[in-house]
Design a protein around this ligand. Sequence first.
Ligand code: ADP
Ligand code: ASP
Ligand code: MG
Length: 817
Amino acid sequence: MHKFGGTSLGNAERYRLVAEVIKQQPAPKKAVVVSAMGGVTNRLIELVDGAQSRDSAYRRGLDALKEDEFALIDALLAPERARALESRLKDDFRDIEDVLRAVWLLGTASETVVELISGYGELWSAQVLHGLLAAQGQAVDWLDARQALRVAPGEMGPQIDWEYSADAFAHWMSSREVDILVITGFIATNTEGIPTTLGRNGSDFSASIFASLLDAKSVHIWTDVDGVMSANPRQVPDAHVLDALSYKEAMELAYFGAGVIHPRTMAPVVKKSIPIFIRNTFKPELAGTRIHLVEDAPHGGPAPSVKGFATVDEVALVNVEGTGMIGVPGIAHRLFGALRDAGVSVTMISQASSEHSICFAVPQAQAEIVKEAVHQGFFAAFHQGQLQTIEVSEDCSILAVVGDKMAGIAGVAATFFGALGKAGVNIRAIAQGSSERNISVVVDQKDATRALRAAHSGFYLSNQTLSVGIIGPGNVGATLLNQLAEQVERLREREHIDIRVRGITGNQQMILDEGRISLANWAEEFERNATDADLDAFVNHIQTDYHPHAVLIDCTASDAIAAKYAEWMERGIHVITPNKKANTASMDYYRRLKASGRYHLYETTVGAGLPIVQTLRDLIQTGDEIQQIEGIFSGTLSYLFNSFDGERAFSQILREAKQLGYTEPDPRDDLSGSDVARKIVILAREMGLCIELADVQVESLVPGGLEHGSAADFMAAVPAHDAALAERLQKARQAGKVLRFVGSVTRDGQATVGLREYDLEHPFARIQLTDNIVEFRTRRYSENPLIVQGPGAGPDVTAGGIFADLLRLAAYVGAPL
Ligand code: ADP
Ligand code: ASP
Ligand code: MG
């Protein structure tokens, strides 16, 4: 048995595809249940509504529908066959017109009229597909299901008259010998022989009814998704396809809003244990989701405890309260009896054991009827004060989590409620079926999607899933992206650290991705698909309800970006950065960052990838006392004084360094010492000192009078000052020492930056090239200080340091909830 829904039958091309899929199925005998062409059922119902409300636009709607159906036929069938079918459709459209005219005159449409009209789409669809398959030489016939399927109205929707239907169907079949039988979905006749339907989306149900009547081997429900997913993919981008479900799980999921299958589809096939497969018409090679008895999951292994999530919208929550209910037997019975008499179906019930109140959820459209029914049914009780209030809250949604194996597994509810709590979703009511297959909560409808996503990620995303945004894909940023590109896959598979770079933004342009940017070709992606940068939109995109953690990595040196950290962190985003501006802004700002409760990781602000900040933190947190930190913190100045041996003038070395790209474009930015001063402030604050940038005493190497003007003018004027530095070097050498440009801070808050002399044996005297070196003198490391030394600049080591911070963050946030 194969069923194709409206999503598979959108246009002529799709009917052809459907015919192809049918032919490819291996079984010698196939039955095919079809829905109406996509959107047609809605359009038919709108026609009735239009006529009823005397909106003459319905005529145009009718003409348009006719045109579309005829265009479909013309596109698919050869002229002769097309004419024959069109002449039948002409009769149908004439009938519809007559009925609508009557509705127009009456200004009202009975249920029978709606049922009759809304069923035409299936009739046409079945005949079109039948014509198409017949033209392709298949032995095919089609059945108007109303000739076989008889239903009686029931409380839970139409009830199948199995005996009658089996006879009628057998009778119809007895005179036919075909390979493919096309059957209309959705429609049936009632006990009076009047056309009716199985309710919206009822074709799934039709398929399983006929599967049972035919003793089919399997039911394949073909649609536009790869199977039943852990949540509606339109609401939860991260939803994944479920391999297998039990009938009961599928029923619960469908009942609580998983629109991919009608909740009643399972019942007719359970008895004969016929499996149902949900499959994608557009990817017929996929196996889809298998719905069967729970015992035979296809891939073996333990099934996950929680299978899926779904929401039902437009629900009203009703709360009936009264002291008179306590201990009085039969209240619930009477209450729900009254609702049954009023034809209301209750979606969810919850009663606290105090029996002081009963709370239940009903479709919002029935809220008024419910109020009325309860008031009437309990008139006396209200009158005598046993019942006090009936309160109806509209615009609610039910969110359900479903899974057979939830029973007996502790912690499912905790994870569920924990996730909702973290997302700030208020829960209005809770119910857990005693089967423990389902926990349902009622939330405000405005929170429903957020709640769904949060719950879904609570169960399915590793707590080390990071939604990452990278600001500034320049030198360091680009290197970081390339480093990530090589590792993310391995980290996800081996370490369960799921780093999802979901956005990259520069000054002008940005790219965003709902899932993850493919890092292997992020640069081309950026070239091709970037849109105008918008930092607020960027940040909103990175922080979502369905990612447990959001991280922004600022690879710029921008003051303006650094000024945003506090706001970002206060709204829950973690920040990682090599940018020194935030930590060297005012103490007030620094305190705000620390108080935000989010992680701010900035190892690379001092000494690039060298473990300086982390070492300091470890010392302090383990109770050591820092007496002094002193070091060479600038790769540029390190290089200049390592090379300054008296043979060449300082200005010449500076020029060479500039050419090698070791200096900033304007070398005064290095020589002024202000960059070193910032690093000292960062370390000093880490030590717990209260210090501002202005408190650091800085000896600038920019000669007085040359602070302003262009970089070129500066370079031209520098040689005139060579003598002064040469003299200082001379003096140092005579004392057996070298010159080094260092920064230091002591426990009492003395912070200085400038040129100092060191013995030839001192570690600072023996460094190479652009090395940084830092010496920690502490209570524990007093005689023999702790030294960290190594390359302290360059995109590779800086990006590596940022990457390490990112992994550190994953470890911090990944602790079990
Ligand atoms: P058809 O016309 O084929 O019957 P439907 O629109 O009725 O198709 O059902 C398919 C749609 O169901 C999907 O496109 C998807 O948006 C929606 N859907 C809702 N919940 C789920 C879920 N849990 N898994 C898969 N699809 C779902
Ligand atoms: N065409 C009907 C509907 O839109 C039945 C179905 O598609 O299952 O509800
Ligand atoms: Mg459907």
